[in-house]
Design a protein around this ligand. Sequence first.
Ligand SMILES: [Fe+2]
Ligand SMILES: [Fe+2]
Length: 211
Amino acid sequence: MENNLSKLQIPREKCWQLVEKYVSPEGRLHLLNTEAAMGALARYFNGRSARGGPAQGGEDEHTWAMCGLLHDIDYEQITGKENMEAHMQEHCGPLTEKFLKEIDFPDDLIRVIQSHNEVQNIPRDSRLAKALFAVDGLTGFIVAVSKILPDKLVSSVKLESVLKRFKEARFAAAVSRENIYTCESELGIPKEKFVAIVLAAMAEAEEHVNN
Ligand SMILES: [Fe+2]
Ligand SMILES: [Fe+2]
């Protein structure tokens, strides 16, 4: 796959300031989880190439992580989810572009972020875009699994429980399993492995939040 996307030069601190400006403390958790998951996926691809096989690496961890951190920057500034149709129409539209331009986020990476909302009809033509799309629902799904545990901690969530819950259509019904499973068709990562990577990354992020 072509990989000529911009390498993000903007430091995390500046990206985080944008999150603080537009997203409430409660809303930030999903962004932090997605940041952690995307960083871990970039490392996965880079590590895999280092062990031989076709050159698959060259993914910039910071760029991936910041696209994760900022992917829903607009979602509290548009029509709320009580009107889901309007919410989805507006999500990742002009406001996303406007906000990201405030910190001079590169145009091609703005498009990557916008492409995670299928309604925008922007092709996911990079591994980064495909990863963001596949990971988005999974972070929320794992949080949902953690919420039914006594300690409500992601670090207590077992890989097998997540896989089992996937098959329960009524559990976290709003999360599209189909989207998550594009990790296999689009990224070539078996879903067991994909969940393991994201789960570990989220558990680590949780430690930072709680300490
Ligand atoms: Fe989104
Ligand atoms: Fe999201």
